[in-house]
Design a protein around this ligand. Structure first.
Ligand code: UD1
Ligand code: PEP
Length: 423
């Protein structure tokens, strides 16, 4: 297994490019299952474990893929299987994204139920509700979702989501693009990753109105085509890199971003005392050397993202006073807190809120977490901690950060990847 070894105390400064977005790549790759015509050419796909797992799932279904220099080619003409097995789904909850495309194209899908999650309940009832609205009959037996479209086709419908769900909106969009008739989705997720998915489906020939809003209308197509497409940047990776500069009193420019997508996060950095400047495709953050306590509440876009909540908590351990970090999406997403406290932080959990008492001098030790962003928060803490911090089980980070240690090293961090044995 790999660990990251960080000797803290170095300022993060310099410029770096954001990688392609993990969370838009996954539904894009799933959407390739909607078409049997031609080869997809997908650019700016990050080289991440989640992408490898997803392409393994596509291979299992019969697709052909090749990946080189962040371009993924996918041919789905030979897909014959409609079965997403437990062995692959358990590695990545986003595998549920194959449900809509398989069902819409083949009229049948069998997808293993995703397993438990490291940060509390993550049900899939809204995905299933959306498929049922589109006409699917669904049974759940022996750990599998078995979904069938009577007559082999899904039918347009009105889907009204009781809460905003990125994944369920994505699945509904993909399925509706190949359904007969028109589908409307109310209370759709409007996250940038859903906007990117809408652009991709449109490039495949789908007709979607309302892109970027919470009311979507999709006219189902009889068939969809392969497309060449440029994936969007990863706003969470970009936010994490900005936080690395902010926590170490540094200065960073993150290139190849759309600052508009980072608005809620940038606003909070400014409140925390950092100077932020943007161009059309870059963000520059300068630390003032002093962090002001800044509360955040994670909610659906355009509010502050839950995927940046853990990193914000790490940052606030260095702020001069108390801050409150509330997560209204995942009420139990606080795995990082006991580990941050082991590094010397003083953080209390009150229901779905973390109360961070800063500033605290952190001191390095071995830490570990069981999810991606929690691990990212430990890396941030390690950058500012005295001595050496070892972040164990780096495979969580590798799910979502492309060459994180290479990027941080190029920005001045003293960080290396080493292998170790766990007893
Ligand atoms: C691969 C990917 O893109 N993952 C992101 C996606 O996850 P994911 O798509 O799984 O998250 P959702 O937007 O669906 O979850 C939002 C809320 O809805 C609830 N819910 C969701 C589905 C469902 O069927 N029933 C239900 O109750 C969830 O428990 C959660 O409280 O959006 C989350 C919220 O921005 C991010 O943290 C994840 O990084
Ligand atoms: C939670 C995340 O991803 P996933 O939904 O794939 O677990 C994330 O990207 O922070």
């Amino acid at each position: 297994m790999d660990k990251l070894v960080i000797r803290g105390g170095r300022r993060i400064s310099g410029s770096v490019s954001a990688s392609g977005s993990k969370n838009s790549s996954l539904p894009i790759i799933a959407s390739t299952l909607l078409s049997g015509n031609g080869t997809f050419i997908l650019h700016h796909i990050p080289d991440l474990q989640d992408i490898k797992t997803f392409t393994q799932l596509l291979h299992h279904l019969g697709a052909e893929t090749s990946f080189s220099g962040n371009t993924l080619n996918v041919t789905t003409g030979n897909v014959t299987s409609i079965l997403a097995p437990y062995e692959l789904v358990k590695k990545m909850r986003a595998s549920i994204y194959v449900l809509g495309p398989l069902l819409a194209r083949f009229g049948h899908a069998r997808v293993s139920l995703p397993g438990g999650c490291a940060f509390g309940p993550r049900p899939i009832d809204l995905h299933l509700m959306a498929m049922e609205k589109l006409g699917a009959r669904i049974t759940i037996e022996t750990g599998f979702i078995d979904a069938t479209a009577p007559g082999g086709k899904l039918h347009g419908a009105h889907i009204d989501f009781p809460i905003s769900s990125v994944g369920a909106t994505g699945n509904a969009l993909m399925a509706a693009s190949l359904a007969e008739g028109t589908t409307t989705i109310s209370n759709a997720a409007a996250e940038p990753e859903i906007v990117t998915l809408c652009h991709f489906l449109t490039a495949m020939g789908a007709t979607i109105r309302g892109t970027g809003t919470t009311e979507l209308e999709i006219e189902g197509s009889q068939s969809l085509n392969a497309a060449e497409f440029q994936n969007a940047f990863d706003r969470i990776e970009a936010g994490t890199l900005l936080a690395a500069a902010a926590i170490t009193g540094g200065e960073i420019t993150v290139n190849d971003v759309e600052p508009e997508q980072l608005k809620s996060v940038l606003k909070k950095f400014v409140h925390a005392g950092c100077t932020v400047e943007t161009t059309e495709n870059s963000v520059t953050l300068k630390s003032s050397g002093k962090l002001i306590p800044t509360d955040i509440t994670a909610k659906p876009y355009p509010a502050f993202p839950t995927d940046m909540q853990a990193q914000w908590i790490a940052l606030m351990t260095q702020a001069e006073g108390t801050s409150h970090i509330t997560d209204k999406i995942y009420h139990e997403r606080f795995n990082h807190i006991p580990e941050l406290n082991r590094l010397g932080a003083n953080i209390e959990i009150r229901k779905n809120q973390a109360v961070v008492h800063g500033p605290r001098t952190l001191s390095g030790t071995k830490v570990m977490s069981t999810d991606l962003r929690a691990s990212a928060s430990l890396v941030l803490a390690g950058l500012v901690a005295k001595g050496t911090t070892e972040v164990l089980r780096v495979y969580h980070l590798d799910r979502g950060y492309e060459k994180i240690e290479v990027k941080l090293k190029s920005l001045g961090a003293d960080i290396s990847r080493e292998s170790y044995k766990e007893f």
